[in-house]
Design a protein around this ligand. Structure first.
Ligand code: C2E
Ligand code: CA
Ligand code: CA
Length: 659
């Protein structure tokens, strides 16, 4: 049988070197069993016949010469060279399988001292050394100098059970490192260590990138919500006392709307970086929770430290940010939660406490920090209940409008009425004090205001028919006023009920008028359309006499706190007197609010007051009662008129209309 000549001498040389380091008897043979080369475990010479010829070179043969089990496999694709391995079959086979299975596998053989005596092409290519260069080199010198631990562990493993599976960095010829995962096997009989390795540098990089992505926020590079929550849970389970600062940017929407989303993102990432750079301790993690919310975790902190950190953060925002060539000031509200004695051990509970507190910080006017406590939770729960109730009340038609008549002090004549919102909750009639704050926060004020406006103007129409001077007052909050379309809605509604604007008095507080620049133009616009404006609750809060002169108003409503003290307090009395005089001098009408007693009414008159409202005259009442009251008054009037007429013309019928 003619044996094919090996086609590739280079291959042959490579296999020959592998042969020498195999820890088992092995030979390179031609398909007819003629030995090309053999290792030292096999005492045969080239040219001798080792195998009987077989059609199936991959089969396991019982082979006569050595009486052993042999395994034969083709090395060249065309089957011209076979590798025969015998005895110690398992170990040899295992190594061979690994070695030949992938051309990318690194293969290396060390002696007992760790010197490299054989390496394959993949190893040399990866690390950039040639076989001669690296021959005899202490393999440990290829590890980073500080990695003494790996060496110790590997040596220990190899000594005790001949195996080790370390992953370590190896220095390449160019000084860079590759991370290699090794499968090392020490063969005590030959005093050699065989290593099969895999370059896992990229894999590891990809894994850590995936991990980084999973734990960090893409926009800011800060820790993300998942990671922070995990860390918090971990701390709590370890019995630490972590504190949270829930930071929410104030009015971020304004930046987004006015400068664009790009600038908004820019602000968030700059802000994130600035917060992260604030130095308040080593145990601080700044995370972005999404949107404009950041959460700061302090591994261990009490109330005082949390406060201090919050203050530091708030101060860090005093410096403006530069966005799209503009200086932008950002402020944020911070809700703090610390682990006090009542602290449960759940991360979500601590987070929800901080969240509750940030809500309160917003409510208190933003740009500040608020610490969570149980009262805050109760207040929040109430607000939540009220909001839910209010939403369904709006759907179910439980929002009503009541009216408090406004009277002329001299005659008791009803010259107008103030529309006051009510919530009919079962048998209870709830006054605005129970729900208006929540309605404002929940942005329900405009919807409520719409209801009130519609009812009130509908009710006003017949009253104005009776008395062309009748004025219907509507309370309007700042948010309602500046909401898009308010002026338009008011005009349309008045028009639809045939109510002239002159008969509608819009009541605003000084706060509404001056807290933003948006209100003033709208007030002017209302007046241009003929509506009247009243400054409500005058004398409380922001009061300034100059407002009487400068604001576009027609009426001043002097607050109840003045009226109630008229008879007891001389200072109040004289102040009220000057207010009335000043208003009159400025051509403003004055309404005194909250007149409850006859002496108060008398005092009001003596100070020059002419128009008032208060429990002394009428409590707020449903529309039907107001209409009945007016009907009665009209009839009384008619009676008086008729009586007067009678004195002039006795032929007229003196019986009032009974209809
Ligand atoms: P306000 O505008 O000052 O309305 C007068 C409040 O004083 C009313 O309270 C009225 O019931 C009460 N009051 C009237 N006379 C007396 C009195 O002699 N003694 C006492 N102690 N109180 C008197 P109410 O109805 O509870 O309304 C409270 C506030 O809610 C109002 O104060 C107003 O600021 C706001 N409000 C009421 N309705 C509306 C509305 O439809 N829209 C808006 N935006 N706010 C409203
Ligand atoms: Ca009012
Ligand atoms: Ca008032």
């Amino acid at each position: 049988m003619g044996s094919p000549t090996p086609t590739n001498p280079e291959h042959l040389a490579a296999w020959a070197s592998i042969l020498r380091v195999l820890p088992i008897p092995a030979a390179l043979v031609l398909p007819d069993g003629v030995v090309i080369d053999a290792n030292r475990w096999l005492k045969v010479e080239p040219g001798e016949t080792l195998l009987e010829y077989t059609e199936d070179p991959s089969s396991t043969l019982r082979f006569g010469t050595l009486g052993s089990r042999w395994r034969v496999r083709p090395l060249d694709e065309d089957g011209s060279v076979l590798l025969a391995t015998g005895e110690r079959e398992d170990a040899g086979d295992h190594l061979l399988r690994m070695f030949f299975s992938s051309g990318d596998s690194l293969f290396v053989v060390y002696d007992q001292e760790g010197r490299i005596i054989q390496s394959n092409a993949a190893w040399e290519e990866l690390l950039g050394y040639s076989g001669e260069e690296i021959f005899g080199v202490d393999s440990w010198t290829l590890l980073p100098e500080d990695d003494l631990e790996t060496r110790a562990n590997v040596e220990q493993d190899l000594r005790t059970d001949g195996r080790s599976n370390p992953t370590f960095n190896m220095r390449r010829a160019d000084g860079t490192y590759r991370l290699v995962q090794w499968n090392l096997h020490f063969d005590f009989t030959v005093g050699r260590c065989f290593g099969i390795g895999r370059d896992v540098t990229e894999e590891n990089r990809a894994t850590s990138e995936l991990q980084r992505r999973a734990t960090t926020d893409a926009l800011t590079g800060l820790t993300n919500r998942t990671e922070l929550t995990e860390r918090l849970s971990q701390l709590l389970s370890e019995g630490a006392s972590p504190a949270l600062l829930y930071c929410d940017l104030d009015q971020f929407k304004v930046v987004n709307d006015s400068l664009g989303h790009g600038a908004g993102d820019n602000l968030l990432s700059k802000l994130g970086r600035r917060l992260d750079a604030v130095n308040v301790g080593d145990d601080v993690t700044v995370a972005r929770f999404g949107g404009d919310e950041f959460v700061v975790l302090l591994d261990n902190a009490d109330e005082a430290r949390a406060n201090h950190v919050a203050e530091t953060f708030l101060r860090a925002l005093k410096r403006p940010f530069t966005l799209a060539n503009r200086q932008v000031h950002a402020s944020m509200s911070i809700g703090m939660a610390v682990c006090d004695t009542t602290c449960s051990t759940s991360a979500s509970d601590l987070l929800s406490r901080a969240d509750t507190a940030v809500y309160e910080a917003k409510r208190q006017g933003r740009g500040r920090s608020v610490l969570f406590d149980e009262q805050l939770r109760a207040a929040t729960a109430r607000r939540f209940d009220v909001e839910v109730g209010l939403r369904s009340a709006l759907l179910d038609g439980q929002i009503e409008t009541w009216y408090q008549p406004i009277v002329e002090l001299a005659t008791g004549h009803i010259c107008g009425a103030e529309a006051l919102v009510r919530w009919r909750d079962g048998d209870n009639i709830l006054t605005p004090g129970h729900f208006l704050d929540v309605a404002e926060e929940a942005s329900l004020m405009s919807e409520i205001g719409s209801h009130v406006m519609n009812w009130a103007l509908e009710v006003a129409a017949p009253l104005i028919d009776q008395d062309p001077h009748f004025i219907m007052s509507l309370n309007v909050s700042h948010n309602e006023l500046i909401a898009a379309g308010y002026v338009h809605e008011l005009r349309e509604t008045a028009k639809s009920y045939g109510v002239p604007p002159e008969n509608v008095l819009i009541e605003i507080t000084e706060h509404t008028a001056i807290s933003t620049d948006q209100a003033l133009p709208l007030l002017n616009e209302l007046r241009e359309h003929g509506f009247k404006i009243a400054l409500d609750d005058f004398g409380t809060g922001y009061s300034s006499l100059s407002h009487l002169r400068d604001l576009p108003i027609d009426v001043v409503k002097i607050d109840r706190s003045f009226v109630s003290a008229l008879n007891d307090d001389l200072v109040t009395r004289s102040l009220t007197k000057s207010l009335i005089e000043l208003s009159q001098a400025l051509n403003l009408d004055v309404i005194l609010e909250g007149v409850e007693t006859l002496p108060q009414s008398a005092a009001a008159v003596s100070l020059g007051g002419t128009v008032a409202q208060g429990y002394l005259f009428h409590h707020p009442m449903p529309a039907r009662e107001l209409l009945e009251l007016e009907e009665l008054a009209r009839r009384d009037n008619d009676t008086v008129d008729t009586a007067e007429d009678t004195t002039e013309d006795s032929t007229e019928d003196t019986v009032p209309d009974a209809a």
